[in-house]
Design a protein around this ligand. Structure first.
Ligand code: AMP
Length: 300
């Protein structure tokens, strides 16, 4: 059991860390008893400023904030990816202490998936699980739905926070919440990037210095498409973007596609959607990175 208190002297606030559902729920129910609104930020840890931006947003919008840190095995379709996923609980807690959410829930796998198993909610994701990440990571969104539904059941938040960095995941969670009629508002946060444009990701620490420098080419290629959509065709821009990403032979594009931001349906030209979005997954050595960016048509 790792239940303990971390005090932020500066804010004069305490952050309680739990690894059991029972203790977490007891602590939350005391707060709910006083009608406080609960915000929830689920993460897989190895925290960075992207995660922290969601915690900050949750703290602004709720009286009580719960952050979970759980590397969910059922959403990994690649055993090596699961094995190598960075796990840095102690430094995560130090980072969180600066913001001091009320509760951190960091359970072991057995706590979330006891031997008898947990019930997977009946959700029909349709195209959402067949396209883009769904197509390339079979079973991934099933695992995401399973764990997020389980965590929602445990925490019962009023609002839950997800990053646009995982745009398709955000769409999946919104759809799941809608189908299960959960009384939870799904809030999104913008993608936080390093100074060179690379979307922050827990997996970035797995890159070598050379790969890290090369990886900035991913977002640069997406920005290139965004900045030129009025002057070149979608097909031409996507091909050019792939060429730019792959030019030094250190990165391999798994997919780079345009889709409608609302339905995630594939589109082949910018006039097929009022809100086109570019999605990509790129293999950088053994590390798989994803990114996406919207095309802004407002000033048409
Ligand atoms: P993860 O720990 O990767 O499962 O991410 C937990 C939450 O943080 C998810 O809702 C992600 O979309 C979000 N997130 C991850 N990276 C970023 C980022 N660079 N900017 C904003 N949110 C992010």
């Amino acid at each position: 059991m790792i239940s303990h208190l971390l005090k932020n002297e500066h804010l004069n606030k305490e952050m309680q860390v739990f690894d059991t559902i029972k203790e977490l729920q007891a602590a939350i129910s005391i707060q709910k008893g006083t009608s406080k609104k609960v915000g929830f930020v689920p993460t897989m840890g190895a925290l960075h400023k992207g995660h922290l931006s969601l915690v900050e947003l949750a703290l602004k919008e709720n009286e009580v904030v719960v952050v979970s840190i759980f590397v969910n095995p059922t959403q990994f379709n690649n055993p090596d990816d699961l094995k190598n996923y960075p796990r840095t609980l102690e430094s995560d807690l130090e980072l969180l202490k600066d913001l001091s959410p009320d509760f951190v829930f960091a359970p072991a796998v057995d706590e979330i998936y006891p031997a008898k198993g947990i019930v997977k909610p009946a959700v029909n994701l349709g195209l959402l699980e067949k396209t883009l990440e769904g197509k390339h990571r079979p079973g991934h969104f099933n695992g995401v739905v399973q764990v997020v539904a389980g965590l929602f059941e445990i925490v019962q938040p009023d609002k839950a926070y997800f990053g646009s960095k995982d745009f398709q995941q955000l769409a999946v969670i919104k759809e799941m919440t809608r189908q299960l009629k959960l009384p939870i508002e799904i809030r999104s946060g913008e993608t936080i990037r390093d100074a060179d444009g690379l979307a922050m990701s827990s997996r970035n620490v797995l890159l070598s210095a050379e790969q890290r420098s090369e990886a900035s080419g991913i977002s640069k290629a997406l920005f290139y498409i965004r900045d030129n959509w009025k002057v070149k065709s979608a097909a031409e821009l996507c091909l050019e973007a792939i060429r730019r990403i792959e030019k030094n032979g250190l990165m391999k594009v798994e997919y780079l596609e345009l889709a409608d931001s609302n339905s995630l349906e594939t589109i082949h030209s910018f006039d097929q959607s009022p809100v086109p979005r570019i999605f990509t997954a790129v293999q950088v050595g053994k590390v798989r990175l994803i990114d996406n960016i919207g095309i802004i048509k407002a000033d048409d």
